[in-house]
Design a protein around this ligand. Structure first.
Ligand code: A2P
Length: 336
């Protein structure tokens, strides 16, 4: 059996990665449609040996399509997802538009694959930092109840899309030439700088990105009591996010046990060379499927605390790979 697939947002950072993953993972495709804004209509993108033409998304775009992988931002998803479902497609949506909708499964295949079964046309791909954290924390949570997660993120430019990555490079060149860097996509220069995540801030002082980590983790883990606090920061890294995670369990969690659990956990690669002080880094995580985890250690301030560090490719496991894994789950369960 093979499927007619459309990528909405095919020209973006995540869209181009989706193309690569459908090819490299040999997704059973009978047809691939590339959709984006009218700005890109007529451009062509390479898919294996073929050149495929990008179309502007429109009312007839989803006719006969089985699966839509959407990664064109929340407003575009809100505009098109229901139309795609009405046309008979299943939508795996990478935006935040539907994630907290109780009708919409929010899925990390390593954590809650069973949630796809109840889909009603739309399945949401979680926030990138949330996916990376959940892949690393879930296997430990399976062993022992967690009381609290405190996470600080070091997020790359790729989270804001292909144009944001270009902006950081342009800013770096400007600075090296003694010029003042300009910022358009980001509110402030990111090259040689960092700033708290640029999403809107609520009355409690948390930004949207931080609230996503809190609320989405609870939904994915199926634990609405789980206490999570996050501080999200943009750093001048092009691609791959990093996170420092503090976990407080009900009981002490033996470090050797944690290392053993994580060394066998799906989607995780342990990267720890204590002698060489070599641990996960964004440059090693870039283009890599697993979440790199290391620096697992006892929290000296709390007998039930563990500290760990991770890096994961935001564009891949944080977005495109997770979406393709959801699509593969749908295929394996005959839900398309
Ligand atoms: P386009 O290249 O035509 O602007 P990124 O996350 O890297 O910024 O990519 C965003 C993706 O979403 C791009 O493929 C972009 O297409 C697409 N996109 C943005 N706005 C729209 C829109 N209104 N309709 C369809 N696609 C859109």
């Amino acid at each position: 059996k093979s499927y007619r697939v459309a990528i909405l947002g095919a020209t973006g950072a995540v869209g181009t990665e989706l193309l690569e993953l459908l090819l490299s993972r040999d997704f059973p495709l009978s047809e691939l449609k590339l959709l984006a804004s009218p700005r890109s209509a007529g451009n062509s993108l390479r898919f294996g040996g073929e050149q495929l033409t990008v179309e502007a998304v429109g009312d007839r775009s989803f006719d006969g399509v089985d699966l839509v992988l959407a990664s064109a931002g929340g407003s575009t998803s809100k505009q098109w997802a229901h139309k795609a479902v009405a046309a008979g497609a299943v939508v795996v949506d990478n935006s935040s538009a539907f994630r907290m909708d109780p009708q919409v499964p929010l899925v990390v295949p390593e954590v809650n694959p069973e949630a796809v079964v109840n889909h009603q046309g739309i399945i949401a791909n979680p926030n990138c930092t949330t996916i990376l954290m959940n892949v690393a924390v879930w296997p430990l949570y399976q062993v022992q109840p967690l009381r609290r997660i405190v996470v600080s993120t070091y997020q790359s430019a790729s989270g804001a899309g292909a144009r944001a990555m270009e902006e950081v490079k342009t800013q770096a060149r400007a600075i090296l030439q003694g010029e003042t860097p300009q910022a358009e996509i980001f509110p402030y220069p990111l090259a040689f700088n960092l700033f708290p995540h640029n999403s809107p801030i609520n009355d409690l002082g948390y930004c949207e990105e931080e609230m996503k980590m809190i609320n989405e983790t609870r939904k994915i883990f199926g634990d609405d009591k789980l206490r999570v606090s996050a501080t999200c920061v943009r750093v001048p890294v092009l691609r791959a996010h990093s996170e420092a995670i503090n976990l407080e369990f009900e009981q002490p969690f033996d470090v050797a046990k944690a290392r053993d659990v994580l060394s066998q956990a799906p989607g995780v690669k342990l990267v720890e060379d204590w002698q060489a002080n070599y641990f996960p880094m964004p440059i090693d995580a870039t283009g890599c499927d697993p979440v790199l985890v290391g620096r697992i250690r006892q929290d000296l301030s709390h007998p039930c605390g563990l500290e760990l560090w991770l890096c994961g490719d935001q564009v891949r496991k944080g977005a495109a790979l997770n979406a393709v894994q959801i699509a593969e789950l749908l295929v394996s369960k005959d839900l398309l």
